[in-house]
Structure formats: C-alpha cells, structure tokens
Design a protein around this ligand. Structure first.
Ligand code: B16
Ligand code: MG
Length: 223
C-alpha cells in the first residue's frame, strides 16, 4: 500500500458513498425483479452495487434463470423502466441526501490541496450531483459511456486518476461496493471501503460509516 504522504488525490464513487442513492437503485431494481419473477435477496442487492445498468439487469434475470426469456429490445425496455422509476426518486433529492460527514470531508480534502474526480458507473451522476448541490466539487467526472468495461475492471478508476493527471499510486479510491474495491485495487490505487467490512474485506482502509472518513483516520490506517 502507498504511504499517506504519497497521496495527492481522491477518486470518488457516488452512489452509496456521497449519497444514499444505492437504496433508490435497489428499490427500482426490486420492482423489476418482482415484475419478471426473479427472486430478490440481500446477496443480489449487494452484488448489484457499482454494476452498470444493463449488467445489473442481466444479473437479476440470471438469478431467476430468465436470461433467454427476453429479447434485447425487451431488456432495454426493462432497464429504461428501472431508470424512470429511479429518476422519480432522484427528483425528490436535496442536499439533505448527502451522507453524514461527506460535505465536511470534501471541504477537508479541497482545503488540503488534494485533487478530486468522480468514478461513478452511473449515467445519472451529473443529475444527482446537481440535486445535492455538489457539482462544483467535481469538475472532473469519468463518463461511463466512454468505458469498454465496467467495475470490477480497473478502467474507470484509471480514468479517474488520468483526469486529474495523477498516477494511480498517488490516488485513493473511495467505494461502497465490492466490485468497486476490486476495480480500485486492480488500478493500483489505495482503496477505502465504506460499509460492511466482511463484504469489503479487500479494501486497504475500512470505515463502517461515511462519518468516520477524515484525513486523520485514513492516515492512521495507512501508516
Ligand atoms: P445508472 P456507483 C452505480 O453507481 C450504482 O451503484 C449501480 O447500482 C447502478 O446500476 C450503476 O451506477 C449505473 O447507474 O443506471 O444510473 O447509469 O456506485 O458506481 O456510483
Ligand atoms: Mg457505489
């Protein structure tokens, strides 16, 4: 693992790290699972975190052994329906949906001169940032449309570092999903996992809750 003094920037995940939208994604996918008759479980819910929209749908269909029951067009319709339901939930969002301690942490790293980029798999990330009034913190956002592979592939976190002109070793990636931690580690960045430590066991640094994430607490676990 890198030394804390080597770190010059942070590459952030959005859903489940900056804001509680992972609950909205789950709610909207649960509706799709019920509609197609696929079983919904905690394992499936956790496994969908950080996974792109179409790959998420495939995972849900696979859980019900239903992959071959839908044409490509029907799959696009199901994913579009999920997104419409998700955006209805996003529309009600305000800065009150920022997770505890995140605004303070963003200010701490900005004031500390660290660079910042966003590596969210979500095509809705700019809309969500607007709702949270956090757009100004993230002038550099990886566009998921430009990716050839989603998380757990390292591509998204490599692009996040590239956007702020840093080497991966100079970056910390922050994630709530196992697929995301895998992506950060494969990119050669230091990983912070936020949430259940048994699920995020591969992270270099772990916090149960966003409110624990401060520069001092990160340094303590790294050095
Ligand atoms: P969308 P993250 C991910 O965002 C979510 O965790 C995941 O549940 C979602 O399916 C994915 O974005 C795609 O989102 O359908 O809005 O394009 O955690 O990488 O910020
Ligand atoms: Mg996430």
């Amino acid at each position: 693992m890198a030394k804390f003094s080597d770190i010059k920037g942070f590459v952030f995940d959005l859903d489940g790290v900056i804001t509680d939208t992972s609950v909205f994604h789950s709610q909207a996918w649960h509706q799709v699972a019920d509609k197609v008759g696929a079983p919904w479980s905690k394992e499936l819910e956790d496994g969908l975190k950080g996974i792109s929209r179409m790959d998420s749908l495939e995972m849900i269909l696979k859980a019900g052994n239903l992959q071959d029951h839908y044409t490509d067009d029907q799959k696009v319709d199901l994913a579009t329906e999920k997104n419409t339901n998700y955006l209805k939930l996003v529309d009600k969002m305000t800065p009150a949906n920022i997770l505890p301690g995140i605004k303070e942490f963003l200010d701490e790293i900005k004031d500390g001169g660290y660079l910042l980029s966003l590596a969210s798999a979500s095509k809705n990330a700019p809309t969500v940032l607007e709702k949270l009034q956090l757009t100004n913190y993230f002038p550099k956002i990886v566009d998921p449309k430009t990716l050839s592979k989603g998380k757990p592939d390292p591509e998204i976190y490599l692009k996040g570092a590239e956007l702020i002109n840093l080497k991966p070793e100079q970056c910390i990636g922050v994630e709530d999903a196992a697929a995301g931690v895998e992506s950060i580690n494969a990119a050669g960045e230091t990983s912070i996992g936020i949430g259940d430590k048994t699920i995020l066991k591969d992270a270099d640094v772990n916090f149960t809750d966003t409110s624990e994430m401060t520069l001092a607490n990160i340094k303590e676990q790294m050095d």
